[in-house]
Write a protein that binds this ligand. Structure first.
Ligand code: AHR
Length: 500
């Protein structure tokens, strides 16, 4: 496809890649995901059971595995979320028909049959090629239970736990590189004060051990959005005990939890306010990182943004406890902006996990029984996977603002990196829904190609009948003169360029 810069009315912008000033390594785990026992994420979205007519491998749906594998998901967080602090792992092992049921009190009060447990989760991770990140139960679980879970998974020694694992069909231990010591302990995970949680973290964490050569990184529950006092307390009281501290921040178009806004029915005002909200992520990371710097100047402790993404009012007619929402072009831009932000903070942000993988919140995949479709957010993750493990290249941008009402936003939002094969990738989102940007790029690269994600409407989304309405297109012709190349970035779009 040729983008002609002559025919398009566009704002003039300049973008300079500071190729001689490479920054930090972009940890691939920034491109992580999160799957909770919530609504139709695990059950139906991932797990259909071995007897299902939906094609599956040991109960896990093949179509979903295929799509997730293609994303190169580096790490998957499970089993929650709020669910983690009421989950008792021993209920989810052994013959499935004998596993007890429980009530999923947070998410719709539905019965959970525990058919998807530790073995099934580890199998899923192996099938999609992701590292497991398990979140343990501090809120309603015991220290012994947490200790035994890690032993069950990772130890090779002779012990009742390892015998139990072998009896359940797994001889070799698994590797477990990441473990969360509780989730949202300031809320659904126990309503604790930071000082009390800091002590609990120190206590539980003591018993999360390294067995048989496995090295597990332990993450403490971190702040809710702008709760800087939480970060201050945790860092001052427990920094030396942790490998990571989490942060949760969701994007609500209205910023109001009782009326968040619809996922598909919105106008330009809500399009704009969604980006105002999502851009807060940058400031939050900067401010939490400043506190972390005080106690950990060498940046040993990672900031783990293990829940982020859009959160809208649920789709009309669906269970309010299932958090099912549509995913439009707006979500694609939210994903692009946040991934740019995480890339740019790669000196401190070492992992991020979008919520959630299938059928919940800002999902990659939506399913309806045997049918599956990929969301615009999926496509951004797929386009951006080129940044995984690459070295950050700082970007300088000069561009008009995108203004609406009294508020103004940067029209373009970008990040860049150079990979091991010396290719430079530049990802740019154009937030303006009405105006294209004509970007002159320096320095001049010999070859330029790219992929573009856009659509005719701000609320465009993929449906089972029109699954490719929002789908990336290849671009391989650009304008160039002696010193610079020019590229037109259409309004409301995400572009990823490869420069060599
Ligand atoms: O992702 C949905 C929920 O949001 C998680 O269970 C919880 O940790 C957060 O409040």
């Amino acid at each position: 496809m040729t983008i002609s810069t002559a025919s398009v009315s566009a704002s003039d912008c300049k973008l300079r890649l500071r190729v001689n000033e490479p920054g930090c390594r972009i940890n691939p785990n920034i491109y992580g995901h999160f799957a909770e026992h919530l609504g139709r994420c695990v059950y139906e979205g991932i797990w259909v059971g071995e007897d299902s007519p939906i094609p599956n491998t040991r109960g896990i749906r093949k179509d979903v595995v295929g799509a997730l594998k293609y994303l190169h998901i580096p790490v998957l967080r499970w089993p929650g979320g709020c669910f983690a602090d009421e989950y008792h792992w021993k209920d989810g092992i052994g013959p499935r028909e004998k596993r007890p049921t429980m009530i999923n009190t947070h998410w719709g009060g539905v019965s959970e049959n525990n058919h998807f447990g530790t073995h099934e989760f580890m199998d899923l991770c192996e099938q999609i090629g992701a590292a497991p990140y398990i979140c343990g139960n501090v809120g309603s679980g015991t220290v012994q239970e947490m200790m035994q879970w890690v032993e069950y998974i990772t130890s090779d020694a002779e012990s009742p736990m390892t015998q139990l694992r072998r009896n359940n069909g797994r001889h070799e231990p698994w590797k477990l590189p990441y473990f969360g010591v509780g989730n949202e302990s300031w809320g659904c995970g126990g309503n604790m004060r930071p000082e009390y949680y800091a002590d609990n973290f120190r206590r539980y964490n003591t018993y999360v051990k390294n067995y048989s050569g496995n090295r597990v990184e332990r993450f403490a529950c971190g702040a809710n959005g702008a709760d800087f006092n939480w970060t201050e307390s945790l860092m001052s009281q427990a920094a030396s005990h942790m490998n990571g501290l989490s942060l949760h921040f969701y994007t609500l178009p209205t910023g109001n939890w009782s009326l968040k806004g619809s996922s598909t029915v919105f106008g330009e005002e809500e399009w704009h306010s969604t980006f105002v909200q999502t851009l807060r992520m940058d400031d939050l990371i900067t401010r939490h990182a400043e506190i972390m710097d005080k106690y950990d100047p060498s940046k040993r402790v990672g900031l783990i943004v293990d829940e982020w993404g859009t959160w809208y009012d649920v789709e009309p007619g669906t269970n309010p406890g299932f958090l099912y929402q549509q995913n439009t072009l707006r979500d694609a831009l939210v994903a692009a902006i946040n991934l740019n932000i995480f890339n740019r903070h790669c000196d401190r942000v070492t992992m991020a996990n979008i919520a959630q993988t299938v059928n919940v919140l800002q999902a990659m995949i939506l399913t309806d029984k045997e049918r599956i479709r990929l969301t615009p957010t999926y496509h951004v993750f797929e386009m951006y996977k080129v940044h995984q493990g690459a070295t950050l290249i700082p970007v300088e941008l000069e561009c008009p603002e995108y203004r609406l009402g009294g508020a103004s936003l940067p029209m373009l939002h970008a990040s860049a990196s150079r990979d091991a094969a010396n290719r430079t990738h530049l990802s740019i989102a154009n937030l303006d829904p009405n105006q294209a940007a004509r970007v002159s790029l320096t320095p001049l690269f010999a070859s330029l190609k790219g992929r573009l994600l856009t659509a005719d409407d701000i609320s465009a989304h993929n449906t089972f009948d029109a699954p490719s309405r929002v789908h990336p297109r290849q671009i391989d012709e650009f304008e160039r003169d002696n010193n610079a190349a020019a590229v037109v970035i259409p309004s409301k779009s995400v572009l990823v360029l490869e420069l060599e």
